[in-house]
Design a protein around this ligand. Structure first.
Ligand SMILES: NC(=O)c1ccc[n+]([C@@H]2O[C@H](COP(=O)([O-])OP(=O)(O)OC[C@H]3O[C@@H](n4cnc5c(N)ncnc54)[C@H](O)[C@@H]3O)[C@@H](O)[C@H]2O)c1
Length: 340
């Protein structure tokens, strides 16, 4: 597992990078993190001041092979050698795509993640999954490659909208559900300010790391991190075809609630978790009002890279008790819509 450096450990981060004796170090930033985050970072760590950047456009639509090609061309133009470092400064789109570009350029060069959104801090930048969207399928092409380190500084969250902050809370909610009753009982009552505290962020990263360490290649227990994501991804993909596309976390909170209903019918799960999730959604996501039907999501569900003909899901039987690879029939899924 990679090293995580937190705010206050800037000297340790610098020594760690220096110890690698890189030939060159470049930042990968998007239009927004170039403006909002890079100046803050260079101000707090002067060592980074003279380093050049590759700048890409921001947003999920740009998580594409065309932008990766642009990054590879920039790397070649700058004669970036194998013993170089790319520092990905941005949200999950940038850390996923920068990790993918670096892990494939010249058969792989080192990259370091500095996540600047809550979602990227607690989830996307940790765990070694890199990738891009392709053929209309989210994260269809990618690699498993850990960053050499991650640096977490919540100062970057100051310029993030409330909507994007809330977006990141959902993976923290998921981590708490997977971890323990004790943590879930705390997290389900968190305010947004509590979610963005360094303590909560640190705790959430530790839970993800603990799971990933046991199953880096995602063949077993790591699949517990997929709760809410099978239906959530299908809702997210469908929402892109509507005038009101959802952010990842918004789709996942809906997916968590819907999958919990399925867990109730298939695994006899207690309805308390679903009721608590609905309460939490209504308290935090006050303007989230997105409807979808069976027909809207079924084709996406069957296309999801985790499913072939049957729909397999990770389902929570109770807090901290997740069942993976549960087969859900199309009929059972259809029935859940009448109960939603
Ligand atoms: N690899 C993984 O394990 C993993 C896990 C979860 C999600 N993801 C991926 O993460 C992506 C979503 O990430 P995201 O929610 O961070 O979205 P994002 O990367 O698109 O960032 C959201 C927006 O905020 C801007 N931004 C970033 N930091 C900012 C800051 N500090 N201040 C102001 N603006 C800022 C970005 O430029 C962008 O416009 C998805 O593509 C998803 O697939 C990956």
């Amino acid at each position: 597992m990679n090293n995580v450096f937190y705010i206050g450990q800037e000297i340790e981060l610098q020594s760690f990078i220096e110890s690698k004796k890189y030939e060159a170090i470049y930042f990968l930033v998007d239009a927004k993190t170039n403006g909002f985050c890079l100046p803050i970072l260079k101000n707090s760590i002067p060592y980074f001041r003279n380093m050049d950047s590759i700048i890409i456009p921001d947003g999920e639509v740009n998580k594409s092979i065309e932008i990766v090609e642009f990054i590879w061309i920039e790397m070649l133009t700058k004669s970036i050698a194998r013993n170089s470092l790319i520092i990905n400064l941005g949200g999950g789109v940038l850390t996923d795509m920068g990790g993918f570009a670096a892990s494939t350029y010249k058969r792989g060069i080192d990259f370091l993640n500095i996540p600047t959104t809550l979602l990227a801090m607690v989830d996307a930048s940790a765990g070694g999954k890199t990738g891009i969207n392709f053929g209309g399928i989210k994260n269809c092409i990618g690699t498993f490659q850990s960053s050499i380190a991650t640096y977490i500084n919540p100062i970057f969250l100051n310029t993030l909208s409330n909507r994007h902050l809330l977006n990141g809370t959902v993976e923290m909610i998921k981590h708490a559900l997977l971890h323990s009753e004790k943590l879930w009982n705390e997290v389900k009552n968190y305010s947004l300010n509590e979610f963005i505290s360094i303590k909560a962020i640190q705790q959430s990263i530790a839970i993800k790391q603990q799971i990933v360490e046991q199953d880096f290649n995602d063949n077993g227990i790591r699949q517990s991190l997929n709760i809410g994501h099978t239906i959530g991804h299908a809702i997210e993909s469908y929402s892109y075809q509507t005038p009101t596309p959802l952010l990842h976390g918004e789709a996942i909170i809906l997916g968590l609630i819907h999958e919990q209903l399925i867990a109730e019918s298939i695994l006899n799960a207690d309805s308390t978790i679903r009721k608590e999730l609905i309460e939490l959604k209504e308290r935090l996501f006050t303007t989230l009002n997105f409807t979808y039907s069976f027909d809207n999501i079924i084709s996406n569900l069957l296309q999801d890279k985790k499913n072939n003909s049957s729909i397999k899901m990770s389902l929570l039987q109770s807090v901290a008790n997740c069942k993976i690879k549960e087969v859900v029939s199309v009929e059972a899924l259809k029935k859940s819509f009448t109960q939603l």
